[in-house]
Design a protein around this ligand. Structure first.
Ligand code: HEM
Length: 261
């Protein structure tokens, strides 16, 4: 991985963080790193970004079904095109792996973890005291003569607090559990009025006093997310649809950020 110096000694972190996560996931499922020179990483990043735009879009055709009949750009077409591009990329990988691997987890894993790390960097740079504190914690537990390893992570409590803080105020999927203004049924499930989305729950003063304040200590001693936090913090979702990559995602974030810090 080569740092990209943008200007005046500043480094562009977004694509580097994305590449780290993509390589970890790629090693896990395909046994090799991502081909940066051949453009595989760039191809992935473009598709993941496009996917998030299409998934997050509120489209005019939701409200005006006749839009597509009069020739308006239809979300369905964009999704089909995106799906075909994903398919082509996945097909290359699958062929390379002789059809032995499941690859759809890549998109879900790469963007979520790298975006969380990007927000975390931003939080740390804007809160120098917290940065100092976490640096001291790493210096005390790991020292300066070696890199952080997995067994150190149980001692890096403050690091974990900052990750939790990041995921509380900048969840990857803020609109998870869609907000509902009135009682309704969705797919046979009753959604009561006043149902809130994840961002609203995680930033509700009823759940987190002074939610906007930087009070990391409030995360100390709390374990896991979802049920562990009484549903006040659930960046990985909860129950049946909960993210299956939670442990891997947390591990990647902890190791990468601790090493970087
Ligand atoms: C910071 C890292 C991550 C965050 C915040 C995150 C968050 C989420 C969320 C909110 C969901 C949707 C839950 C729901 O629909 O209720 C999800 C689903 C999923 N995630 Fe993650 N994720 C992360 C990392 C990963 C990683 C590393 C992988 C795999 C290597 C992964 C694989 C998946 C898959 C396959 C699903 C779909 C599960 C299903 O539909 O049943 N995620 N994730």
């Amino acid at each position: 991985m080569h740092p990209r110096v943008v200007r005046d000694g500043m480094t562009e972190m977004k694509s580097m963080l994305f590449e780290v996560v993509l390589n970890v996931v790629m090693m896990t499922i395909a046994g090799r790193r991502c081909d940066v020179e051949g453009g595989e990483a760039g191809r992935f990043m473009e598709l993941v970004q496009e996917l998030f735009i299409v998934m997050g879009a509120t489209h005019v055709s939701y409200y005006l079904p006749w839009w597509k009949w009069v020739g308006g750009k239809h979300l369905e077409k964009e999704m089909v095109a995106l799906n075909e591009n994903w398919h082509a990329l996945m097909q290359d990988l699958i062929e390379e792996q002789r059809r032995k691997t499941v690859v759809e987890a890549e998109g879900a894993g790469s963007n979520t973890s790298s975006v969380t790390m990007e927000w975390m960097l931003s939080l740390l740079l804007n809160n120098p005291e917290a940065l100092k504190k976490v640096q001291t914690e790493i210096d005390n537990c790991v020292g300066e003569d070696r890199l952080v390893n997995e067994s150190d992570l149980t001692n890096l409590h403050y690091l974990r607090c900052i990750i939790n803080k990041t995921m509380r105020i900048y969840p990857d999927d803020p609109l998870l559990l869609h907000e509902s203004g009135k009682d309704c049924m969705v797919g046979g499930y009753h959604i009561p009025s006043g149902t809130m989305n994840v961002w609203a729950i995680q930033n509700d003063p009823k759940n987190w006093k002074d939610p906007e304040k930087f009070k990391l200590e409030r995360f100390l001693g709390l374990k896991g997310s979802g049920n562990g936090y009484n549903y006040k913090l659930m960046p990985f979702g909860t129950r049946r649809r909960r993210c299956p990559g939670e442990n891997l995602g947390m591990l990647i974030i902890e190791l990468t950020m601790a090493t970087l810090i």
